[in-house]
Design a protein around this ligand. Structure first.
Ligand SMILES: Nc1ncnc2c1ncn2[C@@H]1O[C@H](COP(=O)(O)OP(=O)(O)OP(=O)(O)O)[C@@H](O)[C@H]1O
Length: 128
């Protein structure tokens, strides 16, 4: 896998298990972190055509790190690093996305109580 070669140039600590998805700014891969024996999600930002964009992404993460992840419902970011022309961000591995959850329940909609809980959870980080 092309990303495995890329990630090996940074650290032999991460073994890529599979591609989790693709976002606007890059690809997210599931990795095994050898030193801690954790499974993590590593976001590999697209080639650094804009250092400003990468810095903005990292500075947003820096600010969010001040919040308690257990209380703010924000995904935990373990670390990030810039190497060669890429930025790598290491996050805790989450369960399925809301989209996937809704898809799995098809053709049944989410129960009203479930929708209330999700809306409440999503709104918590807004309150800061
Ligand atoms: N921490 C994570 N744990 C598990 N899967 C993840 C994690 N982060 C991202 N993913 C998966 O990778 C996909 C792409 O994530 P990514 O954050 O790059 O895109 P996004 O959420 O669309 O945001 P953006 O386009 O703004 O970068 C998600 O839809 C999700 O399926």
């Amino acid at each position: 896998m092309a990303n495995q070669l890329l990630i090996n140039t940074i650290s032999g600590n991460y073994k890529i298990l599979k591609v989790l998805g693709q976002g606007r700014y890059g690809q997210v891969v599931k990795c095994f972190k050898r030193d801690t024996k954790e499974t993590v999600a590593v976001k590999v930002l697209k080639r650094r055509y804009s250092q400003y964009r990468d810095k903005r992404e990292v500075s947003m993460l820096e600010k969010l790190r001040c919040l308690d992840p257990d209380k703010s419902n924000i995904v935990r970011c373990h670390e990030w690093f810039h190497r060669i022309d890429r930025t790598f961000m290491v996050f805790e591995m989450l369960d399925i996305s809301l989209h996937e959850y809704m898809y799995q329940r098809k053709p049944y909609p989410l129960p009203l109580n479930g929708i209330r809980t999700i809306i409440k959870d999503v709104r918590i980080p807004d309150r800061k």
